[in-house]
Structures are given as structure tokens and as C-alpha cells.
Design a protein around this ligand. Structure first.
Ligand code: 13P
Length: 244
């Protein structure tokens, strides 16, 4: 049983006061119903705050990016070891916003996944096609290429990551993949995992997940939960998604 995992990706949102209200409301409201778990990936300056509020609770926390390097002269970068020291369990790698806006290649994403694992974190490897790629019938080719780049570096250690299928056309657009569209890509990814984790790797769905659509998405056999952007900033909405 893989169980369901819902991760909030706050992106570059929040502040000390708003975070405190959100985290306290999540703590108060999260009953961790059977087989369900929750985490939040917060902006780096707030990792200490997340740790202080959430330590010892059933809610995990993590970061949204990590350096490919372990230490050294890399101004502005943050290592997996540093994230682990702040109690992070998860780190997002290869989010489409980092691929598109920060020029992260498949190779960089693979190196970040490896760095996260080496630092004791669970990388959540994000994959997804653009609308133009979907319309051109290239969804499996694109997602498969993104997957293979990471698998080439991790090998059997793919079993230790989580995957997040996030179609770029569904992120922040209000347009969600249908349960059948999501399931098709998730099944493809699970087949790709093969002996390297098909049974145990969680494959999350991301892209305009909200309380109103989470249950039907998470009911799909290969959808193991969600990676939630905008709706994770609203405690009631996020709690309802994670319980779906
Ligand atoms: P939205 O839920 O705001 O569409 O964002 C999805 C996402 O990018 C999560 O990583």
C-alpha cells in the first residue's frame, strides 16, 4: 500500500505572519486519516519557522530546490545537507517553473535528485509537458525523456524518490487534467519505473488541484496524491485536499 501523500508547494509566497497562521491552522486541522500524509515545501527563509511549528507533528516540511553540489564556492546555493539540518524530509526538483524560468536541463534536474538523495532527503521529481507538446501528441515522449534522465543517474535508487506529474498547461491556470488524462500518464510513469520502484514510488499529480477535484483525481489507481500550489495557501482548502 503506497498511501496518499499531499504536498503543498508554497512557491514564492508567504511571510512570517501569514505562515504562522497557515501552519497553526494545518496543525490544528490535520488528523492524518488512514494512509494519508501531508507536507509543505516552503521558501528557504521560512524553513526554521516551519520546523519550529511542525516539529513532532504528522506534517512534514521541505524545500523547493537544492544545489547539485554538497558544499563550496556556489554563491546563493543551498545544499541538501543544509536542508536536512533544518529537518526537511522533501525537496522538489525539476519543477517546470525552474526548468522554464531558470534554464534547468534534464541533466541538472537529475543531478539535483541525486544530491537530494545523498543528503538524506526524498526528492520529488517534477515532470510534465507543455500544451504545445500535448497538442503535438508528444506527452509520453517528453515525460519519458524527463524521467529517463533521472533514472540514468539514479538507477535502482529511483525507488527512493517520489514523482510529480505536473502538466505545464494545468499549473496555475484553473485547467486541471481530467482524472483519465492524469491516470494515463501516471500509468505510463509507473510502467517506466519497472523494477526500480513501480510498486513503492508515489506518483503525485499537480496542476490546479483543489478540494472540488482532488477526490476524483486521487481515486485513480496510479495517482498517489497531489502537489498543490495555490490551494495550499488556504488551510481549509489544503486540509480538504489532503484528506480526499
Ligand atoms: P497550482 O496548484 O497553483 O496550479 O500549482 C501547481 C504546482 O505547480 C505545484 O507545484
Amino acid at each position: 500500500m503506497r498511501g496518499k501523500l499531499t504536498i503543498g508547494n508554497w512557491k514564492m509566497n508567504g511571510g512570517l505572519t501569514a505562515n504562522s497562521a497557515l501552519l497553526v491552522a494545518l496543525l490544528a486541522g490535520w488528523k492524518a486519516p488512514g494512509g494519508r500524509s501531508m507536507g509543505v515545501c516552503v521558501p528557504l527563509p521560512y524553513l526554521g519557522q516551519a520546523r519550529d511549528v511542525l516539529a513532532g507533528s504528522a506534517i512534514a516540511w521541505g524545500a523547493q530546490d537544492v544545489s547539485t553540489h554538497a558544499s563550496g564556492a556556489y554563491t546563493g546555493e543551498v545544499s541538501a545537507g543544509m536542508l536536512a539540518e533544518f529537518g526537511c524530509r522533501f525537496v522538489l526538483v525539476g519543477h517546470s517553473e525552474r526548468r522554464q524560468l531558470h534554464g534547468e536541463t534534464d541533466g541538472v534536474v537529475a543531478a539535483k535528485a541525486a544530491a537530494g538523495l545523498n543528503g538524506g532527503l526524498t526528492p520529488i521529481v517534477c515532470l510534465g509537458e507543455t500544451l504545445a507538446e500535448r497538442d503535438a501528441g508528444q506527452t509520453q515522449a517528453v515525460v519519458g525523456r524527463q524521467f529517463d534522465a533521472v533514472a540514468a543517474v539514479l538507477g535502482m535508487r529511483m525507488a527512493l524518490v517520489a514523482l510529480a506529474y505536473e502538466p505545464v498547461w494545468a499549473i496555475g491556470t484553473g485547467r486541471t487534467a481530467s482524472p483519465a488524462e492524469a491516470q494515463a500518464v501516471h500509468a505510463f510513469l509507473r510502467q517506466r519505473l519497472g523494477a526500480a520502484g513501480a510498486e513503492e514510488v508515489k506518483v503525485l499529480y499537480g496542476g490546479s488541484v483543489k478540494a472540488a477535484n482532488a477526490a476524483e483525481l486521487f481515486a485513480m489507481p496510479d495517482v498517489d496524491g497531489g502537489l498543490v500550489g495555490g490551494a495550499s495557501l488556504d488551510a481549509n482548502e489544503f486540509l480538504a485536499i489532503a484528506a480526499a
